[in-house]
Design a protein around this ligand. Structure first.
Ligand code: FES
Length: 176
């Protein structure tokens, strides 16, 4: 039996013969889906579609509830939440470590800009007098987006890009 990492401890993916089994395992929250779990299921679909030895996928759950829907609180602490980790390999600064303070992580949106902001992002952009950009550390990566990184390590004179951002939005997000 082969297992795959879907990026969150709340999803397990195993290959059993020609089928992939995805087990939603978050019984303490009645299996409510976090953002990382949504992306994990998308990743599982991509893997099944790309593997000629897999003919289908079964999604099952632990506990007495299958999936009631999405996590409605801010308890998205199980995996990738902000856009930052999806920029892996992209030369972009994040000097404050993803805390909505430095604005070096700002990006221009080409497509898919989310309508909502965190309060921290809105206040920091206003304080710095910045418009037409967003702070990537404050963006919830819950749909496809295209962005252009603005502040790059190359040519910045900085020794590194900055502390690694957490896999969730900080400070704890309040959206407007
Ligand atoms: S504002 Fe500093 S990393 Fe986003």
């Amino acid at each position: 039996m082969t297992s795959f990492d879907l990026g969150t401890p709340h999803l397990q993916m195993e290959q059993r013969g020609p089928l992939a089994y995805i087990t939603v395992n978050r019984p303490d929250a009645r299996n409510a889906l976090t953002t990382a779990m949504y992306f994990g299921i998308k990743l599982a679909c991509d893997r099944v579609n790309a593997d000629p030895d897999l003919y289908g996928m079964v999604i099952t759950g632990t506990g007495d509830v299958f999936i009631p829907g999405g996590e409605m609180s801010s308890r998205h602490t199980d995996g990738t939440f902000g856009i930052e980790p999806y920029l892996g390999g992209v030369d972009i600064l994040h000097a404050c470590g993803g805390n909505a303070r430095c604005t070096t992580c700002r990006v221009e949106f080409i497509d898919g800009e989310p309508a909502r902001h965190t309060v921290a992002e809105r206040e920091r952009l206003a304080f710095k007098g910045l418009s037409g950009v967003r702070l990537s550390c404050q963006i919830v990566c819950d749909h496809d987006m295209a962005v252009r990184a603005i502040s790059r390590l190359a040519g910045s004179g900085r020794p590194d890009s900055g502390p690694k951002p957490q896999p969730f939005v900080e400070p704890p997000p309040e959206f407007v």
